[in-house]
Design a protein around this ligand. Structure first.
Ligand SMILES: [Zn+2]
Length: 83
């Protein structure tokens, strides 16, 4: 399982975190959460989950800059998002 940042056009924070086995599964989770398939953009991995969540994630939201950190292996914030 990994965390994915799913871009959702028109949503408050521009996307959401899904915990899934693959990018395709993360996309499917966003659709199940009620988002229109046509509004879903890129799906990239996240080092830590970020709010909002698209499915049940048993972790606190560590990442505050998901747009910056998506696709990276570690948090890009000057201070680690875990601090
Ligand atoms: Zn981060």
């Amino acid at each position: 399982m990994a965390f994915y940042w799913v871009e959702i056009k028109g949503s408050a924070r521009g996307g959401g975190t899904a915990q899934a086995d693959s990018a395709d599964a993360a996309k499917a989770i966003a659709v199940q959460a009620g988002h229109d398939e046509s509004a879903i953009g890129r799906v990239r991995t996240l080092p830590y989950p970020a709010n909002p969540y698209l499915n049940e994630i048993g972790w606190p939201d560590f990442c505050y800059q998901p747009e910056t950190c998506a696709g990276k292996h570690s948090c890009q914030a000057r201070r680690a998002c875990t601090e």
